[in-house]
Design a protein around this ligand. Structure first.
Ligand code: UT7
Length: 333
């Protein structure tokens, strides 16, 4: 196997759309603050019966159907999430069951926070290389509305729910698909974006609930600085190493955490915003789902041979950049 070609996309959004105006009725915020500081206008929240797994299943079914493949063709399933319905079993096992993927194939979740989709592509590639098989499902899915403190204006306006899925194919062709990947971690970032309780160190108790410790905690300003510098540096590095520049980069696909971060990454590459995939205004930050949801939204505009640079940054810190040469024209609907 030489390359990993992306061959179809799928996506799913939950039923409830929440506007900035709606949030401003429950916390001390405003449409003006959220729009100017983040770029977000609406986000989707799961309703009863919806969760990260139901969204993952819907997105994966669509990617499979658009690819024209059968469940039996799928050699492995990798699901990137930090908001799985249960600590165990995994979302990937639920996808395996719901789609009828063969039992004798691996399916697992990974947690690399907002960089999860990029890590997931590398894991899928590794599994196809070591275990064999031609096709893999890589999914990013989140139900972050269930992890946010609805009373904390500094986080509750930021996040949304959704799932994106991509079908990837192991190929002997070199000049298509994933060309280069840089994946990084920086544990210095641990205190700035995390959940204080609910794991095995600080399991749920009356104390943790009373002190609202089960929600996502973020020191936004610090994370912002690291996100700008790390995403800008790593995209500049991957561009330079692969002979890419403002003239031959067709699309930048950045993690959707803040429009100001996206602007900074694009400026560093000198790429105009009309070559940058942006859907934060409609979905907010959907963590591991942002990158496949961007692909899902923009697929119809992509052409065979386009040079795409993905980049992400998230809790950990984890971050990375991946250079992909796109493999087909338009959308597979
Ligand atoms: O996806 C994983 C990685 N995450 C990120 O990359 C997120 C990075 N961080 C950010 O995007 C931004 O830091 C935020 C959007 C989270 C916050 O924006 P900011 O410009 O950094 O605001 P800030 O935290 O410095 O707060 C500025 C002010 C504060 O008021 P004072 O202390 O200046 O009086 C906050 O209390 O804005 C206030 N504030 C709000 N005001 C109205 C914070 N949240 C809100 C809000 N509405 N929702």
């Amino acid at each position: 196997m030489k390359g990993l070609r992306l061959i179809a996309t799928g996506g799913a959004l939950p039923g409830r759309t929440v506007t900035n105006e709606e949030l401003s009725r429950t916390v001390d915020t405003s449409d003006e603050w959220i729009t100017t500081r983040t770029g977000i206008r609406t986000r989707h929240y799961c309703t009863e019966g919806e969760n990260a797994a139901t969204l993952a299943i819907a997105a994966a079914k669509q990617a499979l159907q658009r690819s024209g493949l059968a469940p039996a063709d799928i050699a492995c399933c990798v699901c990137a999430t930090l908001s799985a319905p249960d600590a165990t079993p995994s979302v990937a096992c639920q996808v395996q069951a719901a789609l009828g993927l063969p039992e004798n194939r691996p399916a697992l979740d990974i947690n690399a926070a907002c960089s999860g989709f990029l890590y997931g592509m590398a894991v899928a590639r590794g599994m196809l290389t070591t275990l064999g098989g031609q096709y893999a499902l890589v999914i990013g899915c989140e139900a972050l509305s269930r992890l946010m403190d609805p009373a904390d204006r500094s986080t509750c306006v930021l996040f949304g729910d959704g799932a994106g899925a991509v079908l990837v194919e192991a190929t002997e062709e070199e000049n298509v698909g994933v060309q280069n990947s840089y994946l990084r971690t920086d544990g210095q970032g641990l205190p700035f974006l995390h959940m204080k309780a609910g794991g095995s160190v600080c399991p749920p108790s009356h104390f943790t609930v009373d002190h609202r410790l089960h929600y996502l905690y973020q020191e936004g300003r610090t994370v912002f600085k690291y996100a700008v510098s790390n995403m800008s540096d790593i995209t500049a590095t991957i561009a330079e190493k692969n002979g890419l520049n403002k003239d031959n980069i067709d699309w930048v696909i950045p993690h959707q955490a803040n429009l100001r971060i996206i602007d900074a990454v694009a400026s560093r590459l000198e790429v105009p915003l009309d070559k940058v995939m942006i859907n934060i205004q409609r979905y907010g930050n959907t963590s591991g789902a942002t990158l496949p949801l961007c692909l899902w939204d923009y697929e119809k505009q992509l052409k065979k041979g386009d040079n795409l640079i993905f980049t992400a940054f998230g809790a950990g810190f984890t971050y990375g950049a991946v250079y992909v040469k796109w493999g087909y024209d338009g959308s597979k609907r």
